[in-house]
Design a protein around this ligand. Structure first.
Ligand code: ADP
Ligand code: MG
Length: 538
């Protein structure tokens, strides 16, 4: 067989040209989200194919929604998504820092520093950065933690809603806190959410336990069960239908009637089996036939039908019950306990609230309209992610770029003590971190250079090292931002810096880009960046 020609339909760029194009792509991407950074950041209006709109201020949402094909831009988006998964916050910062690290690397490349030297310098800086950030972090008290959660919502909702959601997120995180095998665990997936339209977002609330939008299987069924047994059935309580693969001939109507009776009696046996296991609350994923209903009612068993499987899983976590696939498997060990199982109305919708010994909490996300309630629920998710981290690791840093400036000052001292060209890379790294305070100032309509100089000078003059001093965006001057309530978890800032370094170094290591010919065009905005960047193609 003849060998296929190598790289036939492929466009190839190598060396510096490849690097320049890759860096331009990263910068174009960062340019798209930079203006959303911080409390004064602007919103983006996203439109999809079907004309649906979403207004957001969240970096990762913008990036994940945009249709980006450039592989390097995708690497940065992945870094931002990884940040989202790891910390639920800091997604814009991660991309903006990564792009700045690359931009500064490009300036060094133009001066003749090899990319692999830059990568080595960046790695040294990253390790130093992690240690330094830990050294300036402090343990937050309960109030500090709520403040940090509120800071994480900066720019996302009104001040009142931020405050309310921060409180609710901490409350929910407390509800689902538990110790598993000696490990302290806070699992945000144990917090479920329901949307209730008609009241302001600030009336949102957390209910301990699980609240599901469900009515009882029968209106006369018992409303409240306390301290009793629950069973979860992923199946139905209905007459078994004749299967399509069974054919038989009924010789008289009596035969059919006899069959029907037998099915009903089987069904009732199932109900008796449930009662015999001591079950007082029953949730099934399928239907419940009328005959079964009536019997359940007589037996005073509270029953809910058509409970979606994922809700059954949540019920299992909350009550300790096992989800069964058939009544035959029903044994005491498979049942769980409800402290309270209540059927009630929220607004004019029927709800079922279950409190068990397992941990669970539910957010009732409110809003005057659908969109606002949905937005409340999305903001809560972010706040909850941050709150869950904070209950495990209470270490905080001062935000608003204060920690970044302090870290940059530290790294410049490290650079001085580092021999070789890596020194230049460490300095470039320090400069890149300052993109955060610069962008925050810029978005607040301040002069970024003056702002940065002021903060750096104020930090240098402070007796305690100045790690808490940053730019107050309203007072427009260097201020103790810790006192002003701008706090961020160490667990958010650390991965933004390390994730950005990771992504930047990965890009710097590429020196060959092979494009399938079909996609070998450069989008206009990236071309414009390329033209602005300077540096010769070689
Ligand atoms: P990210 O996606 O990176 O979290 P945000 O838009 O949430 O981006 O902005 C976060 C940045 O805004 C952080 O650096 C944070 O410290 C800063 N920030 C939040 N609130 C304030 C504030 N009141 N004053 C100054 N900076 C703030
Ligand atoms: Mg944020």
């Amino acid at each position: 067989m003849a060998e296929a020609p190598v790289l036939e339909d492929t466009e190839r760029t190598t060396g510096r040209v490849a690097l320049r194009k890759n860096i331009a792509a990263a910068m174009a991407l960062s340019g798209a989200v930079r203006s959303t950074l911080g409390p004064k950041g602007l919103d983006k209006l996203l439109l999809d194919d079907e004309g649906r709109t979403l207004v957001t201020n969240d970096g990762v949402t913008v990036l994940e929604t945009a249709r980006v094909e450039h592989p390097v831009a995708r690497m940065l988006i992945d870094a931002s998504s990884a940040q989202d998964r790891a910390a639920r916050d800091g997604t814009t910062s991660a991309v903006v820092i990564a792009a700045e690290l690359l931009r500064n690397a490009w300036h060094l490349v133009l001066q003749g520093v090899h990319p692999s030297t830059i990568v080595r310098g960046y790695r040294i800086a990253e390790i130093e950065a992690m240690t330094h950030l830990e050294s300036i972090a402090f343990e937050g008290n309960e109030d500090d933690l709520v403040t940090a959660v509120r800071s994480s919502l900066a720019g996302k909702a009104s001040r009142g809603v931020q405050t309310r959601l921060a409180d609710l997120a901490m409350e929910a995180a407390r509800c689902v806190e538990r110790t598993v095998d000696g490990n302290h665990e806070v699992d945000p997936t144990r917090v479920s959410k329901i949307i209730a339209v008609g009241r302001p977002a600030t009336d949102s609330e957390i209910v301990e336990g699980l609240v599901l939008q469900k009515r009882r299987a029968h209106p006369e069924m018992i409303r409240l069960v306390e301290n009793d047994t629950i069973a979860l059935l992923d199946g139905a309580l209905e007459r078994r239908n004749m299967r399509g693969d069974v054919t038989f001939q009924a010789t008289s109507p009596d035969v059919l009637e006899a069959l029907r009776r037998r099915e009903i009696s089987r069904l009732l046996e199932d109900v008796e089996a449930v009662a015999a296991a001591g079950v007082k609350v029953l949730a099934v994923s399928g239907a419940i036939d009328d005959e079964a209903h009536r019997r359940l009612l007589d037996l005073e068993i509270q029953a809910f039908r058509r409970v979606p499987s994922n809700d059954l899983d949540l019920l299992a976590l909350a009550t300790g019950a096992t989800v069964l696939h058939h009544v035959d498997a029903l044994r005491a060990e498979a049942c769980g306990t409800v402290l309270e199982s209540r059927s009630h109305l929220i607004g004019d919708l029927h709800h079922w609230t279950v409190r068990g010994e397992g941990t669970a909490a539910t957010l009732i996300a409110r809003g005057s309209g659908d969109e606002i309630a949905e937005e409340t629920s999305r903001c809560f998710d972010d706040a909850l992610g941050v709150a869950a981290h904070l209950r495990k690791d209470r270490r905080l840093l001062v935000g608003g770029g204060a920690s970044h400036v302090h870290l940059a000052r530290h790294l410049r001292r490290v650079a001085e003590a580092t021999p070789g060209r890596e020194q230049l890379a460490i300095e470039a790294f320090a400069d890149a971190l300052e993109v955060i305070p610069r962008a925050l100032a810029e978005n607040a309509g301040l002069d970024p250079i003056d702002a940065l100089l002021d903060v750096t000078a104020a930090q240098a003059e402070a007796d305690d090292g100045g790690a808490r001093i940053g730019l107050h965006l309203d007072k427009r001057e260097p201020t103790d931002l810790g006192e002003a309530g701008v706090l961020e978890p160490l667990s958010v800032i650390k991965p933004t810096v390390s994730g950005a370094t990771e992504a930047a170094c990965a890009v710097l290591r590429i020196d060959d880009v092979l494009w399938a010919r079909l996609e070998a065009q450069i989008p206009d905005d990236i071309q414009a960046q390329l033209d602005a960047m300077g540096g010769q193609d070689d």
